[in-house]
Design a protein around this ligand. Structure first.
Ligand code: 4NP
Length: 163
């Protein structure tokens, strides 16, 4: 049985596909792809079927990650059956997911940065939406995500004794 991880943002074209691509790359590098599966989705469905935003693709490519093959989709009810960790990029998306969550959901539903252990109580616990921002916002987002996926992988390995 694999551990299944879902990253969630609003459109599933900027933040969560970036987290999806970087986390998948680190899972692969650790040779854990048969034990950890990764996906991403949006609480909104406007971009369903679309590739990641060109700016997100470009910044990921510049760091050595190809996310061009990913396709946006909306969160669906079965995600709460299928995923052990559902990680929201910001509070708005977390609240949306909490409202959809079945009362018997046994997994971890929380903020990505908090669950990855990279923020203290004084720092912002959100990955901010870069969609209406400039390239520097995308840089900021990928830096945060890069740090957080390392913390998340360590946590999951510890919790599931994967290495
Ligand atoms: P994401 O960014 O949630 O990181 O994928 C956004 C993408 C699209 C929109 C908002 C945020 N939008 O309003 O279309």
């Amino acid at each position: 049985m694999s551990v299944n991880v879902l990253f969630v943002c609003l459109g599933n074209i900027c933040r969560s596909p970036t987290a999806h691509g970087l986390f998948q790359a680190k899972v692969n590098a650790a040779n854990l792809h048969h034990k950890i599966t990764v996906d991403s989705a949006g609480t909104g469905g406007w971009h369903s079927g679309a590739a990641p935003d060109k700016r997100a693709q470009k910044i990921a490519q510049s760091r050595g990650y190809d996310i061009s093959h990913l396709q946006a989709r909306q969160v669906k009810p079965s995600d709460f059956n299928d995923f052990d960790y559902i990680l929201a990029m910001d509070n708005e998306n977390l609240i949306n997911l909490q409202q959809q969550k079945p009362s018997d959901y046994k997994g971890v539903l929380g903020l990505f940065l908090v669950e990855a252990g990279v923020v203290s109580g004084t720092e912002s616990s959100e990955v901010p939406d870069p969609y209406y921002g400039g390239e520097e916002h995308f840089e900021y987002v990928i830096d945060l995500i890069d740090q957080a996926v390392d913390g998340l992988l360590q946590r999951i390995c510890d919790e599931h004794r994967l290495n």
